[in-house]
Structures are given as C-alpha cells and as structure tokens.
Design a protein around this ligand. Structure first.
Ligand code: PLP
Length: 532
C-alpha cells in the first residue's frame, strides 16, 4: 500500500459542461445573470460544499490497496453482491471537504458563544496537550490494570478533586454526559429506596417547572411519575411550594442549582431539610456548577446526588453532540449504591472494582470506566487553575453575566427584575411587544453579526426567553463588543427595522430554515439521485 495523494490530480476529469462544486452543471451566463451570484456558487471564502457522496466517485482513492489474491468467501449467500458505493476521494479532496465544512461551523475558538445553560468556555490547549500524551491517548480499557496505573491515578486524583469541591462522600466516574449522570444518580436513589422496602410506595419524583427537560425525562425513564412544582414569581422554588408537593409517595426531588433562570435557589437548605424529613432524596442537577465552584459545596446544602458536566465546568470540549463526561457525586446516604466500576487503592496499588459482588451497588452504567480523554483534560484544568483559580473562574463567570445583564437591562426586559444573577443573564420578549418581532427573529439577526445565538425559548417558564451565558473566558473588550451589538440590534428592532430581522440571516451559508418542517419531516438519509 502506498500513498498516491501526490499523483491524485494528474488526470483532471473531462466534462462537457462546467460543474459547480455541488457537481451540477452550471453555465457562465447563469452566474452573470443575477447580481452577486458567482459561477462557482462560492462567495469568497464562504464556499458551497457538496455532500461527500455527491462529490466522491469510484475512480479515486487516497491510497492504493493491493488487489487481494483470490480467496474463497465463507459468507456464502450472505456475501455482499453489489458495491458498497462509498464515495472515493483523493487525499487533498477529502481534506478540502472537511476543512470547508469546518469553516461553516461556529465554535468557541471562533468567537463568544453565549449559549445559556451550556457553559461554552475556552478549552485550554494545555488540556489538549496533556490528553495527547501517548500514555493517556493510547491507553486501552482492556489492558491489564497493572499497566494502566497512571490512568487510574488520573481517575483517582480527579475523583478526589471533585469530592473536595462538592463536599460529597462518593463518586461514580463512568457516566458519559449530564443526562447520563442524572440517570446514574436517580438509579442510586431508586436502589436506596428499594433497599428500604419502599420501592412500591415511593413512585413520584418532584421536578420544578423551570427544570431542564432531561430531569423529568430521566425520572420517567426509570419508571417514576413526574409531579411538577411551580417556581415562584421571582424564578425560584420556595420551601412552602416544595412542602406542599411532598408526600409519602415521593422518592426524590430533582432541583437545579443555580437554576435554569440563572438564579441561586435561596431556600435550598430549607428545601433539603423538608425533603429529608419527608423520607425522600435530593437530586441536584449540577450542570450549572460553574457559578459556584469554590464558593459553596453542594454537600453542605443537603444534596444527596449531583452530576457534574466536565464538558461545561471543567472546560472539556463539547458541542455537536459530544463527547461529554458526567461524573456523579453521592452523599453518605447513597454512597453504598454507587455503580461499578470504581477505583480502589490497596497497599499503594490501584485496582478497578468491576463487579458488585454482594455490594449494594445498583450495577453498571456502561461497558468501561468513563471518558479517559475528558478526565485528563478536566484534571489539567483543575491543577493548572488551583483552588484560587477555580474560585476566580466562578466569580468571573458570574461577574461577566452580571455585566451583560446590567448593560442590557434598559434595552431589553428581564423577567425577574433588576436583581443580580449567577452565571447567566435571562431576558424575555416583553420588550419586543410592539415591534412585530419574535425572540427567534432577534436570534437570527445575531448570526448576521457573527455571533452564535443565545439559548432561546428556555427556560420554558419565561415567555420568549433569551438566556445568555458568557462564561469567564471573555475579556472586557469582547463583552463590550457583544453588548454594543445587542444594543444596536435592540435599537434597530424598536426603530421598526423589521426586515433586518425577519430576513435574517442573510450573510450565513444558508438562509432561515423551516424549523417546523425540519422537525416534523426530518430528512435523515441521503438517497442517490437517479442517473441523468
Ligand atoms: C440544566 C441542565 N441539566 C442537564 C443537562 C444535560 O447535560 P448533557 O447535555 O451533558 O447531557 C444540561 C445540558 O444542557 C443542562 O443545561
């Protein structure tokens, strides 16, 4: 096998008509006819890119693979008869395809990413360097534990750091994301309830109406009924509201703190006491831990289980679906029910406890031991910041959010008045009332300004919600530019420049999509067009 990328362009394809990059014939006069149109379909560096299946062909490949000697297939009638039809591309074509696609992507490396409830913070390159060390990058989950002591030490050190920051007693490292962590924590709670012989009677989980959708989904997934608890007019849940919802059939509550409105749950200790008095457990959604690291410990607030999104608080990359990591910390009340595997130190040697073996553990969440690459990155973030740096990161995240909130308060409307927030600033759409515009129009106009939109229409309890989370990563100059842009858009909206919003985005590779149709009739599979 040898690389033939250097000779790949020797024979340019001959075609009767010029083809645009989508592989479709295009005529020069077509491009010239409409102002602004181009022959290629590209607009400067903004390049059209066909699907790889459309641009690939069968006479090209990045490598030459020797034709295998004749052999007798043992697959019999199961052997494939037709070609797989995978697209063939030379190495430069394949690289260009993915580079062009990547340039259509918004990322934290491209600019401020204000997506609320997501903590899109900078991913330090030091973390990346550590994760790429061969001893970590090449470690295999099935290699003998004696040869993976360094990897286990990372898991142990990260576990200890997370337990210290949260003030909790035990930890499960294997969950692969926030929602998976919720499942883990709730399964530990379910196991504890069943061990008390109350599995048949405690069938309800209380969830505030401001919660992230994963909370009620998790409870429902493991068979609980979900009862909603209303947040108060000021966006937080009161002890009274919780007490009136608590009953002998309640297994647990799932409460997010700081909550999805960007507010600290002021009554959290009273709520925890009420929950425990009622014989239930307190699951805290820790997705917003970035606001309180080094300031307060969930264990001191009465929390029994909480997941930590390493891909948010501890700067491991996320977006586009993964990879995440959602370790779960547990109180002493739940520690015994933690899943396997877990790391244990015995006589100076680390080992993995892989089987429950008579323990009360609820079992196993996933095949292996968690997201090793994410563990290395998160530990690098923690060690490079130190206790004081982590605390400062939280303080800066809260400061940045409040700077945005205070700077936009007169231009937009805040649902809970002019009061300090935690890590994210929340606005509603009352200020758009007389403009004929919606939150969605405003968000789309942000794309033309080169920003990823903030989170919109969440939390559900706030009409036309706009949730902005700047994180600690942004400089004051970056925040100021964002604020000025938002103010400019707000002034334009109020001045009746509706077109700027309703037509938006006009500068993006694609115009506004029919989101309802995309959700109702998703096209998830490419079908090969009939030959012309
Ligand atoms: C409050 C809250 N809870 C849970 C989750 C779920 O986390 P993940 O996306 O890692 O599954 C999120 C994610 O956005 C969240 O914001």
């Amino acid at each position: 096998m040898h690389n033939r990328s250097l000779i790949a362009c020797d024979k340019p394809e001959e075609k009767a008509l010029p083809m645009n990059v989508q592989g479709r014939p295009t005529r020069p006069e077509t491009a010239a006819a409409s102002a602004g149109a181009t022959f290629t379909g590209n607009r400067g560096l903004n390049m059209e890119e066909a699907l790889i299946f459309e641009s690939g062909r069968f006479d090209a490949t990045g490598v030459d693979i020797d034709v295998p000697p004749p052999f007798e297939s043992k697959l019999g009638p199961h052997a494939r008869r037709n070609a797989v039809d995978l697209p063939g591309l030379t190495e430069p074509e394949a690289i260009r395809h993915y580079v062009r696609l990547s340039r259509n992507n918004y990322s934290i490396d491209a600019g401020l990413y204000p997506l609320g409830s997501c903590t899109m913070k900078h991913n330090p390159r030091l973390n990346e360097k550590m994760a790429r060390l061969p001893g970590f990058a090449d470690v295999h989950p099935l290699q003998p534990v004696s040869t993976a002591q360094g990897a286990l030490e990372v898991i142990e050190a990260l576990s200890n750091a997370l337990l210290t920051m949260t003030g909790m007693d035990a930890i499960a490292m294997s969950p692969k994301a926030g929602a998976h962590g919720e499942l883990c924590g709730m399964m530990a709670i379910k196991a504890a309830i069943e061990a008390r012989g109350e599995g048949e009677t405690r069938r309800v989980v209380l969830v505030p109406d401001s919660a992230h959708g994963t909370n009620p989904a998790t409870a429902a997934l493991i068979g609980y009924s979900v009862r909603s608890v209303p947040a108060g007019k000021d966006g937080i849940v009161t002890v009274e509201a919780m007490r009136s919802a608590l009953a002998p059939d309640v297994a647990a509550i799932m409460l997010t703190n700081p909550n999805t409105c960007g507010l600290f749950e002021r009554d959290i200790v009273g709520i925890a006491d009420a929950v425990h008095e009622a014989g239930a457990y307190f699951y805290c959604d820790g997705a917003n831990f970035n606001a309180i690291v080094g300031k307060t410990r969930p264990g001191d607030l009465g929390v029994d289980a909480m997941h930590i999104n390493l891909h948010k608080t501890f700067s491991t990359p996320h977006g586009g679906g993964g990879p995440g990591a959602g370790p779960v910390v547990l109180s002493s009340r739940l520690a015994a029910y933690a899943p396997v595997p877990f790391v244990m130190r015995e006589g100076g040697v680390l080992r993995l406890v892989e089987h429950a073996d008579g323990r009360e553990s609820f079992g196993r969440m996933c095949a292996f031991h968690g997201q090793m690459g994410m563990f290395v990155r998160a530990l690098a973030f923690i060690l490079s910041h130190g206790a004081d740096g982590l605390k400062q990161a939280s303080e800066d995240a809260v400061l940045s959010a409040n700077y945005i909130r205070a700077s936009l308060n007169d231009a937009m409307s805040a649902p809970f008045g002019d009061r300090p927030c935690m890590h994210e600033a929340l606005f509603d759409d009352r200020w758009l009332k007389d403009t004929g515009l919606t939150t969605l129009d405003f968000a789309k106009a942000m794309i033309d300004e080169g920003y990823h939109p903030m989170t919109v229409y969440f939390p559900l309890i706030v009409h036309g919600a706009m949730l902005i989370e700047p994180t600690e990563s942004e400089s004051k100059a970056s925040l100021d530019l964002f604020i000025m842009t938002m103010r400019d858009l707000a002034i334009a909206a109020k001045a009746g420049e509706g077109d700027r919003f309703q037509a938006a985005p006009v500068h993006a590779p694609r115009r506004r999509l029919d989101e309802t149709r995309a959700a109702r009739q998703p096209v998830l599979r490419w079908t090969k067009p009939d030959p012309v």
